[in-house]
Design a protein around this ligand. Sequence first.
Ligand code: GAR
Length: 190
Amino acid sequence: MKKLAIFGSGSGSNMQSILDAIKEGILKAEIAVVASDNADAYILERAKKASIPTLHIDCGEYVSKFPKEEQERLAADLKQRGVDVICLAGFMRLVGSPLLKKFPNRILNIHPSLLPHYPGLAAWEQALADKAKVTGCTVHYVDDGMDTGAIIKQAEVPVLEEDTSKSLHERIQIAERTLYPEVIAQVMNQ
Ligand code: GAR
């Protein structure tokens, strides 16, 4: 059974969809650990409820930096747990060489836009500001840039005239819940 690590900083709805896909037998994998840089993140509650081990990612005083030493410590820890694939799910720090070298082409991210459009923060607000007619979500391999890695698969979501930031993000997240488990299954079989 392939082992996944999930990194998240927030609510963890994507982690939940991965867990649900495993329970339904759609995804043949095990979540070995859920890691967060935010001790109050709801993703950790979800993991605890499902009896999944959790890890705190200690970034000290840094608000957005992911210190190299911490990445090295995590890489060694994840290897020891037998992790095959790392899934970023709302993880708001840039992963760098210590993790990328240990998990080449084995770190995935989900982003709430049709990349290369609207990388970075609040991508759905960028789509609204741009008056885009269609946006969506993308699963891609992680490289050392921000949302720049090779695209694996995307799902389109139409932008409605009455959309608010909240309604558009909610519809994108519904699309994310199907796309991410499907792509993880595809990558695990490669
Ligand atoms: C998701 O919409 C994900 O696409 C986005 O954060 C949200 C996390 O939700 N990620 C990014 O913006 C990364 N650049 P979740 O914690 O409920 O899964």
